[in-house]
Design a protein around this ligand. Structure first.
Ligand code: ZN
Length: 556
């Protein structure tokens, strides 16, 4: 055990090949049955997001889980949850989880958007940036929750009872801020070398300081290769992505000091969970005079998915490690004696790299045609219409903005030409205009039946969204060159990016599995129901789901 100064959670950070459960204190005896009546309501909500944990990965690995996931699978299991909107990215997805709203209402339409009317020269805005702050740029941004347009459950509970504490920890700033909301008591996210907090906040709890020192020491040491468990062996096949690069056989060996490799490895989630556990202990969360809220987003599954794809040894090692670390995290929570309720889901699903999919039965998997870039299409339209300039901005998947300096007549001509140009490309499934999307009612049906334009509608926030929204066809990966950087991604309109597991667990609850689809937006009102907090149903997109398996109703 390398980090003895965080006694109960230290072992969580010391990830990798060692077996760490033995280093933890014994769990509190599990109270079940009538001899040990629990309080009626839990006193701590623990909402966990596993970044890029698709329903497909859950289905693939659930038989192998023996740790934290296995515990949650004894609760209420909804294997077919939906991040139902079109823009299946991290910031929009996290904005849904604790607000109960679609991005159309949270205002978080993407990780980044283009605001051609912003005063500064750099028109790219990051979702958790205050672009009006002096010196803020999309490269060196000032972190702020200002773009989130609705309150989170924690914010609502704090507004109703100021004794409620709201704590958020994540590997990513956008995940931490979107799950916490506007004014959390504590919020800590990875800043590249250590956990950092919002600008203007100076106080650092002792446990954060200890965790940062521990993690710095961890990164400074080289990480040996992880042992490949037998269950991962069949995935051990090198996939050539060109440029002499292969993926699929990685074991997370890491050079001393390589912070980037640390981030895309199981070590990273261990660090986040250790810090979260430490904050629970030090702040005595769940032991105050009102229920507390802890939100945790673990990011390594996403970094691993992007760097190596979803079907290699890398993801196998990552998910098995995360399962073990979640189990140890829950043991720390058990030892506090607090009656806590857990909800676990994901901000979006994911997709494997086309080079491997192509070898596994889908020859239509492909990388994006660079000709779809707005920097290519826009100038071509300018030439065709006798205009000048770039005209179109944004990524070719999702929102595209037209230069607002154009006259209304030219705007219309450019929009028509852009719709035509995108629709004509064989990699494009649909191109919708702003007017078409806004004329579409917000979908109310079960999410597996939503049309493409309904998915776009749930992502569309008129003050920010584009003049045009493009849906690529299934299995088109919008990364043209995999030889450097990421090989795989998410963000599409398709179910592999929309479907995520939703798991609820509380000590002593009866379990069930319900295969019918529910929304990630349902998590917030469901948790509110469990702790007995009223959220007016007409204020949010989600609905409370009764997770009591019998005639009792957890929504009442
Ligand atoms: Zn994500």
């Amino acid at each position: 055990m390398r980090f003895s100064f965080i006694p109960a959670v230290a072992a969580l950070i010391a990830l990798g090949s060692s077996s760490i459960a033995t280093a933890l204190p014994p769990a509190a005896p599990v109270q079940t049955g009538s001899d040990a009546p629990a309080p009626k309501r839990p006193t701590l909500i623990v909402a966990i997001s596993v970044d890029q944990f698709s329903a497909d990965l859950f289905a693939e690995y659930r038989q192998q889980f023996t740790g934290g996931f296995a515990r949650l699978m004894q609760g209420a299991v909804f294997p077919d949850g939906y991040q139902a909107h079109a823009a299946t990215e991290t910031c929009p997805g996290h904005s849904v989880i604790m607000t109960g709203d679609f991005p159309a209402h949270t205002g978080i339409i993407a990780n980044n958007w283009v605001d051609l009317k912003t005063a500064r020269t750099d028109k790219n805005v990051y979702c958790v940036e205050d672009e009006t702050a002096p010196g803020s740029s999309s490269d060196n941004y000032t972190v702020s929750p200002m773009h989130l347009m609705v309150p989170t459950l924690g914010e609502r509970m704090k507004a109703a009872d100021a004794r409620t504490r709201l704590v958020s920890v994540s590997g990513k700033d956008r995940a931490a801020l979107m799950m916490a909301g506007h004014n959390p008591d504590e919020i800590w996210y990875w800043g590249g070398k250590s956990f950092v907090t919002l600008p203007g906040r100076t106080a650092m709890p002792a446990v954060v300081d200890r965790a940062n020192k521990a993690i710095a020491d961890e990164i400074a040491q080289a990480q040996p290769v992880l042992t490949l468990p037998p269950v991962c062996a069949a995935k051990d096949r090198a996939i050539d992505v060109g440029g002499g690069k292969t993926v699929g056989t990685g074991r997370f060996a890491r050079a001393a000091g390589d912070g980037k490799a640390f981030r895309a490895s199981p070590e990273f989630d261990g660090a986040v969970l250790a810090l979260a556990a430490g904050l629970v202990q030090d702040m005595k969360l769940g032991k105050g005079d009102a229920p507390d809220v802890l939100t945790v987003s673990v990011s390594a599954t996403d970094y691993v998915g992007h760097a190596y794809g979803t079907q290699g040894t890398e993801m196998c090692l990552q998910l098995l490690s995360l399962d073990r670390d979640l189990g140890d995290f829950f043991k720390v929570l058990d030892a506090t004696g607090v009656d806590y309720v857990v909800a676990l889901t994901a901000d979006h699903g994911g997709h494997d790299l086309p080079e491997r999919i192509d070898q596994q039965g889908f020859s239509d998997a492909a990388r994006i045609d660079p000709a779809l870039d707005t920097a290519v299409v826009g100038p071509a339209i300018a030439k065709q219409l006798g205009l000048t300039g770039r005209l179109l901005y944004g990524a070719p998947q999702g929102d595209i903005w037209i230069d607002p300096a154009l006259s209304a007549a030219d705007h219309k001509r450019v929009l028509d030409a852009a719709v035509k140009a995108y629709a004509a490309n064989p990699q494009v499934a649909a191109a919708f205009t702003r007017d078409q999307i806004l004329a579409t009612p917000m979908p109310k049906e079960s999410p597996e039946r939503w049309s493409l334009i309904e998915r776009a509608r749930a992502s569309f926030y008129a003050p920010r969204s584009g003049d045009l929204v493009v849906a690529l066809k299934p299995r088109i990966t919008p990364i043209a060159d995999p030889t450097r950087g990421n090989v795989a991604t998410h963000g599409s309109f398709w179910d592999y990016d929309r479907r995520v597991p939703i798991l609820f667990w509380r000590k002593g609850m009866g379990g069930f599995e319900q295969p019918l689809p529910i929304l990630v937006a349902d998590i917030m009102p469901t948790l509110a129901g469990i702790v007995g907090f009223k959220v007016p149903a007409d204020q949010i997109d989600g609905q409370c789901r009764d997770i009591d398996p019998g005639p009792a109703n957890s929504c009442q």
